[in-house]
Design a protein around this ligand. Structure first.
Ligand code: IMP
Length: 175
């Protein structure tokens, strides 16, 4: 059992299973993107551990870059304002692989895909370590999924609870 602030967590997906699945996904990418020189776009902060593990096993020509979604409450309206930081012309005419830690409702991914397509990538693929299928509000075609999980709160392997818990080597689920 692991305690983070007021919550307790139990191991849900072991480090071994994460590594095995990441290797399978890397092998698939090595085949699917051979000769295509894709650019991996990791979404910070959550994807950093997954992407670094994956990237070590990519053997084709490729690049990596990171994007950050910043959200803040607009003072003059009720809406949440979001920005995508780090996008630039390097994705023009290139196949892009978005790398996410988790797709929950799908709102964040919808926002990211919309911003990315305002540049001119030749193709946009999506990879996510985790997918909470039952939480879907905006459905997406997810090209590479590590694990489909229940609609539960998880931390570890890059994912956080109030910014804590990202350092755990496995995925932990709230007890
Ligand atoms: P969505 O917009 O609802 O798909 O949420 C995506 C974002 O919410 C992820 O990138 C995470 O930052 C966060 N998130 C959703 N579910 C979890 C969870 O179980 N643990 C930690 N973060 C989560």
């Amino acid at each position: 059992m692991v305690r983070i602030q007021d919550l307790t967590f139990e191991e849900y997906i072991s480090e071994e299973r994460i590594f095995a699945r990441t290797s399978q996904l890397a092998k698939k990418i090595n085949v699917d993107f051979e000769g295509k020189n894709p650019i991996f776009l990791g979404i910070l902060n959550g994807s950093f551990m997954f992407l670094s593990e994956l990237f070590k096993q990519i053997t084709i020509e490729c690049e990596v870059s990171f994007l950050k979604v910043s959200s803040y409450e607009n003072q003059t309206s009720t809406g949440k304002v979001r920005e995508l930081i780090g996008l630039n012309k390097s994705i023009d005419n290139r196949p892009v692989i978005i790398v996410e830690d988790i797709v929950d409702t799908g709102h964040t991914l919808a926002f990211i895909k919309d911003k990315i397509s305002s540049f001119s990538p030749s193709k946009v693929s999506v990879m996510t370590l985790l997918h909470k299928v039952a939480a879907t509000k905006i459905p997406h075609e997810l090209d590479y999924v590590g694990f489909e999980i229940d609609n539960i709160f998880v931390v570890g392997f890059g994912l956080d609870y109030n910014e804590l818990g990202r350092n755990h080597r496995c995925i932990l689920a709230k007890s």
